[in-house]
Design a protein around this ligand. Sequence first.
Ligand code: ADP
Length: 271
Amino acid sequence: LGSVAGATTLTFCTVFSLLYALRLIFSQKKVSEMRRDFINNLTHEFKTPIATVSLALEALLKFDIRKDDQKTVQYLEMAQKENKRLGVMVQKVLNIAASEKGTLRLQLEPLEMHQLLEEVFSQLKIQVEEYGGSLTWEFVRVPIWVYGDAIHLSNVMSNLLDNALKYSVKQPEIKVRTTIHQNELLISVEDTGIGIEKEYIGQVFDKFFRVPTGDIHNVKGFGLGLSYAAMVIQRHMGEITVNSEVGKGSVFTIHLPLLKQRIDEKEIIDC
Ligand code: ADP
């Protein structure tokens, strides 16, 4: 009887180890596939603006183009726009790399969030309107103070708005609302885009994750924006949540603790 029990335990252990190993291999395969897709996307995403800037500069080196003021401005604007885009992408990758290495530095200070949001909107509104869409906002009527890092919080907002724009099928209608709930500020970004299937919703904040249907709409990305956003908000003692319905749209909500009383201290935290 003892040997039967021993054999059963052995078989159980072997099956268990096998399943465990398979799980490990598959999960590693998944990560390596994600990394491969990431590098492919990165190469593609970086190549396009670099090529456009080179073309614009080449054109500007030609004397007959420079004689034409209108064309000169057109090429300069083209180079500037693409260079900006490149800068944003490089920053995204650097931010994630810094957070991996534990060298992402947050400079916390009292911030009035409506002012910060309006600054982000003024940069993105034109872009949304270029797509024939709209960006509207509804703020609670009082100034809202949080203790936060202006640059990283602006990046988070830009990422959410950028996604709302990228994952739209038709003219994007993006609404941003601020509300106060207990001791928290809620900032919600609502879009009328493609939505996210239930089975993927738990993964959208994972590093490198991209919903497989994303590319049907030829939308490029690195799968880094939301993981960066979640990490930054977490470091502010808050969280990001998402509600979504396929074909209808998504709502991403940032929860941030409110600053109870105005303080003028600054603090630096490395994460
Ligand atoms: P990226 O957009 O660069 O792929 P993100 O980390 O910002 O990376 O988003 C991860 C994935 O979550 C996206 O690839 C997309 O599939 C999905 N997603 C994010 N935001 C939205 C949105 N507003 N609507 C639909 N899908 C979204």
